[in-house]
Structures are given as structure tokens and as C-alpha cells.
Design a protein around this ligand. Sequence first.
Ligand code: NAD
Ligand code: WQD
Length: 342
Amino acid sequence: MKRVLLTGGAGYIGSHTAVALLKNGYEVVIYDNLINSSILVIDRIKKITGKNLTFYKADVLDTDFLKEVLIKEKIDTVIHFAALKSVSESLEKPLEYYKNNLGGTLSLLEAMRASKVKKIIFSSSATVYGDPKKTPITEDFPKGICTNPYGWSKSFIEQILVDINGSDKEFKVVLLRYFNPIGADKSGEIGEDPRGIPNNLMPYICQVALGKLPYLHVYGDDYDTKDGTGIRDYIHVVDLAYGHVLAVEKIDELKSLEIINLATGRGYSVLEVVAAFEKASGKKIPYKIEARRPGDVDKSFADASYAKKVLGWQAKYGIDQMCEDTWRWQLKNPNGYESEDK
Ligand code: NAD
Ligand code: WQD
């Protein structure tokens, strides 16, 4: 059965993808330096699946070691999750973000070329669309102006991969553009575990629900939306993970370069998410309307029909399930993955 290397596989999306791959009979190797995740995740993945997996605590910037692992583990396909992903932090530390995200990708590609591993699935982001001229967003929309170094790193890496594919059509590239992943495995064993004050909406709501933060700051209620708050395409991380299983399964029959939105095609406003979370958790989420957050767009949601066409994939879970599963994880792990290395 295919052996799949997950760079950054101990992270939020990577760990859920590892579970999905193992459940579908694939062999998984996780390669992660744990800069934004915990070693505890590895045992949680084994506990959920009853399957074993191989883990390397290592940096994608270590090209020689990466090449050694790709050869030794007889890797067929790489899913490249490894990145730093905080929008606000990227504005403070652009050099670290470009070195880690761009440099890490270039290192990975060198190691893949040297070990003749020529299939890569890349964690891209809806952020590469910038401020879309309309919604829903399809993959043929032009890439836009990003508002932060993190977003630009994703956009630049997409171009690098397009160019690699252009120079060698045998180098198969799948760019998966995630919209807004939330939720957690139904077991409550793995989930999103942000460090410090969360940037993103759902983990922030969770901290309020746990009583760790006093209220939610709602960034703007004067957007051109039904209730004035920002609309996003939230996708259950378990749905997102299964999209990767299908990409691995079908990569040999796909075009040598594929760009695919992974989304539900349904947008929810901030206040709709708050209401859904309150219903799922039974917790009141106090909030205050504040000024817009620089760089935010009014609406971002996808036309997800191309994923259905080429992968046979579509999201199964709605916002209620996303909130229920998030809350189960958070209740079971109020301090995330508590371990000495946090
Ligand atoms: P995450 O931070 O939970 O996971 C990223 C993992 O990569 C972490 O385990 C971290 O330790 C590891 N890592 C980072 N730099 C590394 C390096 N140099 N060497 C080895 N490992 C390294 O983030 P996530 O939410 O799981 O996101 C996974 C991928 O999906 C990222 O590339 C992110 O940019 C992308 N993405 C995330 C979202 C989202 O909202 N979560 C949306 C779109 C795209
Ligand atoms: C969602 C909505 C906010 C927090 C970001 C990155 C993107 C990707 C996903 C990595 C918006 C509002 C949020 C809060 C709020 N990450 N909000 N109060 O900005 O759509 O996308 O995460 O790839 O690249 O840009 O997600 O969760 O930050 O915001 O009102 O405390 O919630 O204004 O409308 P976003 P988000």
C-alpha cells in the first residue's frame, strides 16, 4: 500500500489527515519539528486508529535528512503541511516566515528530486485569492493581493510548484486551497491547539466558552453581509482530511498540475458561528462589536464543485457538527495537549 510522508503531520490538519489515511489503509510517516505541535499527538493518532505510524522529529530545512527519510521510508507521495501559519505573527516576523515556509518548501523539493519522489500535495489557502471580486470563488479566479507575509508565502509556494511542474511534467502537483478548517475528530482525542491568544475565530470562541477569555471581539459589523459580520466558508477538518485521502488515491490519474478548492460552498457569518457554537455547547458567548481587522474581506466562500468532479469529494458536515466536535475536543482537553514541551 502507498506510503505517504506528511511534513507537519503532527499539526492540526496533518494529524487529522494521518488518521484518515491510516483508516483507509495507507502507511503514514510524519516528519515534524514540533515547533507548533505536541509529541502527544502521535500516540493519540495511534489510539484513535489502532494503527502504527512512523514519526521523525526533524526540520524540513534539513535537506539531507529529509532525502534520507524519503529513500529509507520508500515514500510514494508527500503531503506538505509544514509551515508557520499565524497571520499576525507573519507581520512581525516576515523573515522567519519566508525562511521557514519558502525555504522549507525549496528544501523539500530538492530532497524529493534527489530521491526521485515526484508527487506532492500542498496545503494552500483561500488567502491566495486576496479580496475576491465576487463569490462563490472558483479555482480559475486570478490570485489576488495578499495582506500579509504568511499569505504571500502560500502564493509564492504555489508559483514555485507550478514552475517545477512546468519544467518536469512527471512531477505531479496538487494544490489544495483550504478555506476555513474548524472542528475535531469525533473521539475528542485530537484538535486545534493554538499557542497563546488565538488569531482565528473558532479557537477564540472556545477560550471564551472555557472562561479563559472574557468575551469575543467581533471585528466589524458593517460588512456587506446579511448581519454585517464577515462571512467565511468553514469546513470540518475531518472532511478536509478525507479530501487528502482522495487526492493521494487519485493523484496518478489527475492532471499533472491540479488546483482544487476544499470547502463546503456555504458561507457563515461570525454571528451565525457564535449562535451555532452556543447551541452546540450550551455556553453563552459574550461579544463586543469592534473595528474591522486590517486585511479582512467581507465574504469568502467557494464553489466546491471541482473537487466533486475530480476527486469525487464533497463536504459532509455542517456548522452544527463542526461546533459539537470542536467543543467535545475542547472539554476533554481544556489546556490542549498538555506536555512538557509546550
Ligand atoms: P499547524 O501549525 O497545526 O501544523 C503545522 C505543522 O508544521 C506543525 O506541527 C509544526 O510543528 C510543523 N512545522 C512548521 N514548520 C516546520 C518545519 N520547518 N519543519 C518541520 N515541521 C514544521 O497548522 P495547521 O492548521 O495544521 O495547517 C497545516 C497547513 O495547512 C499549513 O501549511 C497551513 O498554512 C495550511 N492551512 C491552514 C489553514 C488553517 O486555517 N488552519 C488554512 C489554510 C491552509
Ligand atoms: C474568520 C472571521 C474575522 C477572530 C485565516 C487566515 C487564512 C487561514 C484561515 C491559514 C473573520 C472574524 C476572527 C476573532 C472575529 N489560515 N473574527 N474575531 O481570517 O478568514 O482566515 O485563517 O491559512 O490564511 O487568513 O479566519 O478565523 O481569523 O476569521 O470577529 O477573534 O471571524 O473578522 O470575519 P480568516 P479567522
